[in-house]
Design a protein around this ligand. Structure first.
Ligand SMILES: Nc1ncnc2c1ncn2[C@@H]1O[C@H](COP(=O)(O)OP(=O)(O)O)[C@@H](O)[C@H]1O
Ligand SMILES: [Fe+2]
Length: 188
């Protein structure tokens, strides 16, 4: 699917602010894909659709998670996590995206997972560092992303886990698993 068509499908699903964020993720994902050797067209498409389900009603997302037999543990954690796997499902069902790598990058863009693909990493990181993001620590991760993809990713996950823990909020375990699997593989 071409960029313009994808953007036309996604735009009505989002607020203006979230659409601008999506454009930022798209530009950033294309740059990271070019730098680290991921497929640029897949990165573009996954970025455009990554927040496709962001504004679906909670009840609709809960129903999809149950009916599609997605991991039930999702329902025990913050509903903010749900739009990622539900977005992958709806991008396929409603927009006809059938590339498994693209769908997985959408599915894991919030939590990460064990053994993230290069495309998963590019989308996770692009979502974190796109130019519209302003939160403590983001500039450090932006700098790291110019040097090493895994180091930047680990720092982003660390920040997210610490942010949640500081607020005494539960941490969905896939993020710990993603963090461990990258740190163990990089030998650092
Ligand atoms: N492991 C986790 N456990 C619980 N919440 C998480 C976890 N990882 C991310 N989140 C939360 O999920 C929310 C959505 O994240 P994300 O999809 O990355 O951003 P966006 O708000 O742009 O869609 C954020 O509020 C984030 O703090
Ligand atoms: Fe998201």
């Amino acid at each position: 699917m071409e960029r313009e068509q994808a953007l036309q499908i996604v735009k009505p699903q989002l607020t203006e602010h979230r659409y601008q964020h999506t454009l930022g993720v798209m530009e950033t994902a294309i740059k990271l894909a070019g730098k680290y050797g991921a497929d640029i067209k897949k990165a573009e498409l996954a970025a455009i659709f990554h927040d496709y389900a962001k504004f679906r009603p909670k009840d609709e997302m809960r129903q999809i998670i149950e009916e599609q037999k997605m991991p039930a543990i999702l329902l025990e954690f913050n509903s903010e996590l749900w739009h990622a796997p539900v977005g992958a499902y709806l991008a396929e069902k409603e927009a006809g995206i059938d590339d498994k790598e693209v769908l997985d990058a959408i599915r894991y863009h919030t939590s990460g997972r064990i053994g993230m693909s290069l495309l998963d990493k590019v989308i996770y990181l692009a979502d974190y560092i796109e130019p519209g993001r302003h939160f403590p620590g983001v500039d450090e991760v932006r700098k790291m992303a110019e040097e090493d993809l895994d180091s930047a990713l680990v720092q982003a996950m660390k920040n997210t886990i610490q942010f949640l823990m500081k607020k005494n909020q539960p941490v969905f375990p896939d993020t710990f698993n993603a963090y461990n699997s990258i740190v163990q593989n990089s030998g650092g």
